[in-house]
Design a protein around this ligand. Structure first.
Ligand code: HPA
Length: 283
């Protein structure tokens, strides 16, 4: 990974948000685009204006960075993500994580749409990611061991912060949002899985599968941030038995879940303010 590219991206962002003091970042995946409000529309930056990032090439990923506020926290919102299968290398995937770290963000929330592999998980369900399986055939930390990413051999015991997972559960209870927990497997994509691949992923312990999130989680954890991940389940492995499956269906199902997700995230951020940042009397 070329750290100079990441640094240029941060410098540009800093000039657009000179006084920003975000403590949290959220990366919005397929169909999640509208769950955070833009607080000040003058402070938005298109990904194509961030050197090295580039516009997402996947429908449903608008490619805008803005600052949102919730429960008194400033939040960097990356509306849309770049993926490994887009073929532009690891830099566009690492840039949101790098920028966040440089702004002093301590908490990274990753969201995605995913296929349900565990038969108990149904389309429309939200799954808190407890752990992951990197089945991408690569790793964003291959290459130079830049100091921002910590030691050469990054510990993976608690990639997804246990305290944040508990706070998501609490937010789910308070808002009446049903949540499940599970292991997310990431493949490189861009193909969906064959029936045999879904079965193989089930056998190795995956509850859901997608084409993102794992690299950002690896990088965020390596950079010392607390990481949380939430999947919106948009299909099941058995969809293969009932006709063709498409990205359009993924976006539609995730979009239907947005109202519930908005409420959940707002409550979760209140939990975070109380439990992580210890700020009292928030609204
Ligand atoms: N496989 C991989 N990625 C996905 C899926 C899936 O079934 N659903 C949504 N993203």
């Amino acid at each position: 990974m070329n750290i100079d590219i990441l640094e240029k991206a941060f410098q540009k962002t800093k000039t657009v948000f000179p006084v920003a003091k975000p403590s949290c970042t959220i990366i919005l995946g397929s169909g999640w685009g509208n769950v955070m409000d833009v607080v000040n529309s003058r402070q938005t930056l298109n990904y194509h204006d961030i050197p090295g990032l580039g516009m997402p090439t996947v429908e449903g990923h608008s490619g805008r960075l803005f600052i949102s506020e919730s429960a008194g926290l400033q939040i960097l919102v990356f509306q849309g993500r770049r993926h490994w299968f887009e073929g532009s290398g690891w830099e566009p995937i690492a840039i949101p994580v790098y920028i966040s770290q440089k702004f002093g963000v301590s908490m990274l929330i990753l969201t995605n749409a995913a296929g349900g592999i565990n038969k108990k998980i149904r389309p429309g369900n939200l799954m808190i990611i407890d752990d992951h399986i990197n089945a991408m055939g690569s790793n964003p930390l291959i290459g130079n061991n830049d100091s921002i990413w910590g030691p050469r051999f990054a510990d993976q015991t608690h990639v997804y912060d246990p305290a944040l997972r508990k706070m998501l559960d609490q937010a789910g209870n308070k808002t009446g949002t049903p949540l499940t927990h599970g292991v997310y497997a990431a493949t490189s994509g861009p193909t969906y899985e064959t029936p045999a691949e879904y079965n193989a992923l089930r056998l190795i312990g995956a509850d859901a599968v997608g084409m993102s999130t794992v690299p950002e989680a690896i990088l965020g954890n390596a950079a010392g941030m607390r990481v949380a991940g939430i999947s919106c389940i948009t299909n099941t492995a058995s969809h293969t038995g009932s006709g063709a499956f498409s990205h359009k269906k993924v976006i539609d199902i995730a979009a239907n879940a947005q109202p519930a997700i908005r409420v959940l995230l707002a409550e979760f951020l209140k939990e975070v303010v109380t439990n992580v940042f210890h700020i009292q009397n928030h609204t």
